[in-house]
Design a protein around this ligand. Structure first.
Ligand code: NAP
Length: 242
């Protein structure tokens, strides 16, 4: 059987691109979504048009029960999880002093707790198999810090902490754990940026361009093929953080 891959937050942006391309490459993809039902159906139908089936699964991964149910759905259906891609995430720009306890809670639940719930549930299974790969989509803000995005940066730094610690703990069991930390990528997450903002980002980026979801997908694909990389934070970012 082909490798079974779970992609969280596959209805839009980076996750959609990863799910689409892995399905095209012949992987068995379970594409998670939460609110964007129409978008995930578009992805499913687009692939159906090419005679490729993907499994879609609705879950709010910021909630422990729903996140764990997603993993157990994959196990029950395929008795196999080769790769878990923790991509789902949210961002919000706010001055640090304006961040409420609720804002902080929401940011941590969606970007960090979700990764804990999903990874823990998947690892229970992967340990029995002595096989597995976890790929966490983190952010350059975990490396460089992001002004007006303190809770987001904290959450993503936490994700990288999980990556490194868990890679040490699970290496002997043949389970690899890595982070991919994108720079600015053109998705809905950045829909607040004006053309002027994007030009500014381009100017500050040594490669002089904005990232696209495919730039992250290529890195993810490489990690799936690789066999000797673990505990790393790989950052496709055009050189904006070196
Ligand atoms: P996006 O276009 O806003 O899409 C976010 C995706 O995450 C959507 O599919 C959304 O699903 C899903 N999602 C959010 N909360 C969820 C939840 N609780 N449960 C399930 N799904 C949830 O964002 P993106 O730019 O593709 O970002 C993807 C990842 O890359 C995120 O982790 C983000 O932090 C990271 N990243 C992005 C950039 C960038 O510049 N774009 C840079 C660095 C890192 P629904 O719409 O179905 O709810």
């Amino acid at each position: 059987m082909n490798k079974v891959v779970i992609v969280t937050g596959a209805s839009r942006g980076i996750g959609r691109n990863i799910a689409y391309n892995l399905a095209i490459d012949g992987y068995t993809v379970i594409a998670n979504y939460n609110k964007s039902e129409e978008e995930i159906m578009k992805l499913k139908n687009e692939l159906m048009g090419k005679n490729i089936n993907i499994d879609i699964y609705k879950a709010d991964v910021s909630k422990s029960r729903e996140a764990r149910n997603l993993i157990n759905y994959a196990i029950e259906r395929y008795n196999k999880i080769d790769v878990l891609i923790n991509n789902a995430g949210i961002a919000e720009e706010k001055l640090f002093t304006d961040v409420t306890d609720d804002d902080f809670d929401i940011m941590l639940k969606n970007n960090l707790y979700s990764v804990f719930y999903l990874t823990q549930e998947a690892v229970k299974f992967m340990l029995k198999e002595k096989n597995g790969l976890i790929i966490n989509i983190s952010s350059i803000y975990a490396l460089s810090g992001g002004s007006c995005e303190v809770p987001y940066s904290m959450a993503k730094a936490g994700v990288d902490g999980l990556t490194k610690s868990l890679a040490k703990e699970l290496g002997p069991s043949n389970i690899r754990v890595n982070s991919v930390a994108p720079g600015a990528i053109d998705t809905d997450m950045n829909s607040n940026l004006t053309e002027e903002d994007w030009n500014e980002v381009k100017k500050e980026t040594p490669l002089g361009k904005i990232g696209r979801p495919i730039d992250i997908t290529r890195c993810v694909k490489w990690l799936i093929e690789d066999e000797f990389t673990t505990g790393q934070v790989i950052s496709p970012n055009g050189g904006i953080v070196i």
